[in-house]
Design a protein around this ligand. Structure first.
Ligand code: C5P
Length: 299
């Protein structure tokens, strides 16, 4: 097999995100529920006759050398060489990007995870899911979640994951039109860093009681993001008149959950034209996950 085309890299929402502490290395201890949704970038992979890792299209704001896709593939290439001796064939990747950068949707991390799943398969590199998760963690704290590939209660810096049943619902997501740099939010002096830890059962029972509504916890990064990026506050205020509107990740995107597609459509139709907005459905598992079980699902 020399190609994998139309590989999805789905977005995530953080249904809540608590900061419970800070590690000695500056990284923050989190608790969060990560939910995959059915809005995705699309990646295409072709093996090459040389050993180069190449991105074939421009992604505005992401130079090829800094692209998490390219960096992740180079890490896997080096790991392949350690295990098998000699480099695998090069890969070229083309990205159809629809997820915004600095949006809190995990787009860059998801692209990297999809690239790792695809290359592990194309190269027959043989890494297990857990090995890919460990390999990728230094590139970004969200990447292990996308490799885990199902709704997860996350702890640690985001890498300690347990599967949890998420709400089956529709989301309206607003893009406030700003790109939020994650380090600026985490380093803010006024960030709440001492939220009392919860247990997974607290989330599960709250969800069981409230059906598809997302009422559990809060996003501790939201106050800082709203202060530094007023368009985020504006989006939260607008969407908040239709339900419990919340920011995902370190922002900028804001979402609200609805139990029916019709309710989501009604709100979507009212979104002021200055914002990009869309609806998405919760996704039970990552569409590329079967590749990790060594089954070819694509051409
Ligand atoms: O997700 P990523 O690893 O790319 O994080 C970007 C930055 O966000 C880190 O360099 C760090 O400053 C901050 N961060 C943090 N604690 C986390 C995740 C990210 O402080 N758990």
């Amino acid at each position: 097999m020399r190609s994998l085309h139309h590989c999805p890299a789905p977005a995530k929402l953080n249904l809540f995100l608590h900061v419970t502490g800070r590690r000695a290395d500056g990284y923050h201890l989190l608790q969060s529920v990560f939910q995959l949704i059915d809005r995705a970038d699309t990646l295409h992979f072709d093996l090459r006759d040389d050993e180069q890792i190449v991105r074939t299209n421009d992604v505005p704001g992401v130079p090829e050398e800094q692209d998490l896709i390219v960096r992740a593939l180079r890490l896997l290439q080096a790991e392949y060489a350690r295990r098998h001796g000699g480099l695998p064939p090069g890969i070229e990747v083309r990205v159809e990007k629809i997820l915004p950068m600095g949006g809190g949707l995990g787009g860059g991390s998801s692209d990297a995870a999809t690239a790792l799943m695809a290359a592990n398969h194309l190269w027959q590199a043989g890494l297990a899911q857990q090995e890919l998760m460990i390999l990728a963690l230094p590139l970004g704290a969200d990447i292990p979640f996308f490799l885990f590939g199902e709704t997860a209660f996350a702890e640690g810096i985001g890498e300690a994951l347990q599967a949890v049943r998420g709400p089956d619902c529709w989301y309206v997501v607003l893009e406030p039109g700003v790109s939020v740099p994650t380090p600026a939010i985490f380093s803010a002096p006024d960030l709440t860093r001492d939220t009392e830890p919860v247990i997974i059962a607290d989330f599960s029972s709250s969800y069981a009681e409230s059906g598809s509504r997302i009422g559990f916890g809060k996003n501790d990064l939201q106050d800082v993001a709203e202060r530094l990026f007023p368009p985020v506050r504006e989006a939260v205020e607008w969407l908040g008149s239709y339900g419990d509107a919340r920011m995902t990740g370190s922002g900028a995107c804001v979402f609200c959950a609805f139990s029916s597609e019709r309710d989501a459509d009604l709100v979507l139709a009212r979104v002021p034209g200055k914002w990009k907005a869309w609806k998405a459905h919760s996704l039970g598992s990552h569409p590329m996950k079967s590749l990790l079980q060594n089954q070819a699902v694509m051409e």
